[in-house]
Write a protein that binds this ligand. Structure first.
Ligand SMILES: Nc1ncnc2c1ncn2[C@@H]1O[C@H](COP(=O)(O)OP(=O)(O)O)[C@@H](O)[C@H]1O
Ligand SMILES: [Mg+2]
Length: 368
């Protein structure tokens, strides 16, 4: 699977752009603010129906314009596919896949599996649980469509349950039956999500540790553990936890029990990576998380996903830079898109690569 071409109209700092990519490694260089990350962002739209920087599509429209259009074509198992993503101010987003408008954008998730390594990834360590849940959910959703459906269903039911708790409080009444109705919908979806998250970690952990040790010495021992208020994941356990916390939920007008509260702790030598790590160590941890995501997706899909690497060599010492360059050369078989301010650094990293490498230089929203 690989993306052949990308067309942009009024997307961020691009007025009109057409690029043809190679199947191997696509290097995008240019000064800060030139528009390198914006190209990766557009590729993220193609694969995930949204950008990676903000959930607000409107901000992606080029200043003073009223719409943006992203179009791309890719080859998969010998067949050509294409997608157009059009966002119009005031009208919203329309996505057309192979000539057919998508009713639900989630239908497309998993068609173009993608892993993005971004400077903001340190949020995975330093940010709140939402960031880690998004990481895990996006990973599993790309290989398990039922998981994504259950996640959407769970979220909908949870919103309804919270709205009900709020209306109880506002109207000073309580109807146990109504609450139970939402509980019985939340439980099966939640149990599915919990079980898949537990399965995921079993598969993911050895892959992650392997990458971590490829980047740093064997003596550093990283671990990830799944933190959930749910332990057994039986319907009875869910039921009794919901019951026990009912009074609290009514007071807070919010649901305190469920997989929406799950989290993962990241440890190095049993110390939280947040407190343990230097910037470089935290970066190693997050790169290993993302490369682990890459391998797990490749394993589950049966072909390698797209890999976006945004400015990863910035702030890395030479030792780590070489380890990562070695991984890219030996272990990454799919199409790669990599940005860097330094042409020389990327040219050095891929100087002896056996893969096809193409360089693009970006300047003020144009390819030179
Ligand atoms: N909606 C937009 N309209 C016009 N310019 C934008 C928009 N969104 C971002 N930009 C511009 O894009 C540039 C940043 O592009 P980016 O891809 O992040 O650069 P870099 O090459 O450093 O990765 C900035 O100059 C920013 O002002
Ligand atoms: Mg950038």
């Amino acid at each position: 699977m690989h993306i052949q071409s990308l067309y942009l109209t009024f997307f961020r700092n691009y007025e009109a752009l057409q690029i043809d990519f190679v199947q191997g490694v696509n290097c995008i260089t240019g000064k800060n603010g030139a528009g390198k990350t914006n190209i990766l962002d557009a590729l993220h739209f193609l694969a995930m129906t949204r950008g990676f920087r903000s959930s607000q599509d409107k901000q992606a429209i080029k200043e003073a314009e009223s719409f943006f259009l992203i179009a791309g074509a890719w080859e998969k198992a010998g067949d050509m596919h294409n997608l157009q993503c059009n966002f119009m101010a005031g009208k919203g987003k329309k996505i057309v896949l192979n000539g057919k408008p998508l009713e639900k954008f989630s239908e497309h998730i998993g068609n173009l599996p993608l892993v993005a390594v971004l400077p903001s990834d340190t949020e995975l360590i330093n940010g709140g649980g939402t960031v880690r849940r998004e990481f895990v959910d996006s990973l599993i959703s790309q290989y398990n469509r039922i998981y994504l459906q259950q996640l959407i269903l769970y979220k909908k039911c949870l919103e309804q349950r919270n709205a009900l708790l709020k209306s109880f409080a506002e109207n000073r009444y309580f109807d146990k039956e109504q609450l139970t109705l939402w509980n019985t919908q939340i439980i099966p979806a939640g149990r599915y999500i919990w079980a898949e998250r537990a399965n995921f970690l079993k598969d993911f952990l050895p892959i992650f540790e392997n990458y971590f040790h490829k980047i740093v010495s064997q003596s550093e021992k990283p671990t990830i553990s799944y933190e959930s208020k749910i332990k057994e994941n039986t319907a009875q356990e869910w039921q009794s936890l919901l019951e026990e916390n009912e009074m609290r939920d009514r007071v807070n007008q919010n649901s305190s029990i469920g997989t929406h509260k799950d989290d993962w702790s990241f440890l190095i030598h049993d110390i939280s990576a947040k407190h343990y790590g230097s910037q470089g160590q935290q970066k190693t941890f997050t790169i290993a998380l993302k490369l682990g995501q890459y391998d797990l997706l490749a394993q589950q899909k049966g072909f390698p996903p797209l890999l976006l690497l945004d400015d990863i060599f910035d702030k890395l010492d030479n030792y780590r830079l070489e380890s990562i360059a070695d991984i890219l050369d030996k272990h990454i078989e799919g199409q790669v898109f990599i940005t860097d301010t330094s042409y020389e650094r990327l040219a050095g990293v891929f100087a002896h690569s056996k893969r096809e490498v193409k360089f693009f230089e970006v300047e003020k929203g144009k390819i030179k």
